[in-house]
Ligand binder design. Sequence first.
Ligand code: NCN
Ligand code: DMD
Length: 336
Amino acid sequence: MAAPFTTLSEFQTVLSTLAGPDAEAVAAVRARDAQLTKPPGALGRLEALAEWYASWRGDASVRCERPQVIVFAGNHGVVAQGVSAFPAEVTVQMVANFHAGGAAINQLAELAGAQLHVHDLALDAPVADFTAAPAMSEAEVVSALSAGWEAVDPEADLVMTGEMGIGNTTSAAALAAALFGGEAEEWVGRGTGVDDVGLAVKRRVVSEGVARHGGQAPLELLRCLGGRELAAMAGAIASARARRIPVILDGFICCAAAAALEKAVPGALDHAVAGHRSAEAAHAKVLDALGKEPLLDLGMRLGEGTGAALAVQILRGALACHHGMATFAQAGVSEG
Ligand SMILES: O=C(O)c1ccc[n+]([C@@H]2O[C@H](COP(=O)([O-])O)[C@@H](O)[C@H]2O)c1
Ligand SMILES: Cc1cc2nc[nH]c2cc1C
């Protein structure tokens, strides 16, 4: 479906008119949950997850049967400064690996029964080095947001956004620092495993980027400090909301991009849960700022949508219990 915006300002308007959760579905889930054969609250967060999922699908009886993982790949001009442990060509090489089925996300998407779609976004034309210029023009960021918007399968019943982009933890750190404030170094980590020299460069670069572009509106910050894959993830997350498709967020880069939506329009991420907490330390800070408690914490820092894809099983567990359990009356179990 064509994206319903052609400028950043129209995208902001689309964001601010998105529908909320379905109160009837929430009431129906709560009523059934109260009758299930367990002490009230004994399934902990699984109960809230079942309610959350139904509230965004607008239907208390649905399960998760058509999940979609979308991986966006982009390249970053800032890599020339030495901010990553890996060279920029790894981005296109990993895209080939995704297509060949050899990456971690191929394994985890298959395990989750999810379709996996990979979109490479102008890999031969990295976004500009944000220490020298805005990373993207308005036309470029709108094009990336649109690519994300259109990548969502309208028939999907769960969307997970992932990314691949050498250098993108530097973009994500700069974007998070500009959105949430604080010193640049608080948002900078080792990414793919940069050494101490690279880490010092990364801190300087993020600090320069924030000094140059900070203080602007959230979507402008996404344009000036982000990358095509970050903007595309934001577009896909917004698109899922428009189609009442719940979202599981992935790691640091995904959540930094998503944070631009929440800062632009508070509540824009209410249809999204955090799949996991990445080992990139700033991810925990973004999750705290967004008020999102991750489902998993496995020390992963891969990206690609891997943490989100693993978390599908937790959601499935919540829905299996909610729909499959007997009530006290059905099972002849005495209530407390
Ligand atoms: O998802 C995360 O939290 C995460 C943390 C660190 C690194 N990554 C991945 O590593 C790449 C970026 O790392 P870097 O060091 O090149 O900025 C990019 O392809 C990401 O998918 C991902
Ligand atoms: C090999 C490799 C795989 C990745 N997957 C996501 N980011 C990555 C970064 C590297 C370097």
